[in-house]
Design a protein around this ligand. Structure first.
Ligand code: SF4
Length: 185
């Protein structure tokens, strides 16, 4: 599988302190995408799922993990690997938020299994209204796991959109929902 980065604690893409996982590969090529460097599946980002789980456990064994946020790229471009990964992550936290450029109607039941919250649809630069969690207003937040509904309702009603910056081996990474002019800096 191809995963570009794992970051912790991500606090701007869902409630609490989360492990963020960025998949590589995306065919949608949305105008204004804030992660175009993740459209290609670069060989340097190839990782065995067991090795990925070792890295995740290195974080979760010693830190509070309130959930996972899986983005990219489009995680659904590696649907089989994503499903395998979700079945493992579920044992660490049952709050798993997944972003995809596909719409929920294009996905099947298996692909949605173990996803607590799905944010779907392509990013549209002209519909970016600085919302929390959603890059553009056409995207929908589907809370698929009833147990997560109150938590996400409270989060969406009380939190505002924020950006968080990380220094990584790959350089500076800015995480969150960016304003439309982010890529023009
Ligand atoms: S779906 Fe997401 S990662 Fe893919 S091009 Fe659109 S905004 Fe970028």
């Amino acid at each position: 599988m191809y995963v570009a980065r794992i970051l912790y604690p991500v606090e701007v893409l869902g409630p609490g302190k989360r492990i963020g996982i960025w998949f590589c590969g995306c065919k949608h090529k949305c105008k204004g995408c804030s992660n175009p460097e993740l459209w290609q599946k670069h060989e340097k980002y190839k990782i065995d799922i067991n090795d990925l789980m070792i890295l995740i456990h290195q974080i979760s064994d010693t830190n509070t993990v309130d959930g996972f946020t899986i983005t990219g790229g489009d995680p659904m471009e590696q649907s089989d690997k994503l499903m395998e990964l979700l079945s493992k992550l579920k044992h660490i936290s049952d709050d798993i938020l997944v972003y995809t450029g596909y719409e929920i109607e294009e996905l099947n039941e298996n692909q949605l299994k173990n996803i607590s919250v799905l944010i779907d649809g392509k990013y549209k630069d002209e519909l970016n209204n600085n919302s929390i969690l959603r890059g553009s207003s056409n995207q929908r937040i589907h809370v698929l796991d009833k147990k997560q509904r109150n938590k996400y309702e409270a989060y969406l009603n009380t939190e505002s959109n924020k950006i968080q910056n990380f220094n990584t081996n790959d350089g500076f990474v800015s995480v969150g929902i960016h304003k439309p002019d982010f890529m023009k800096w």
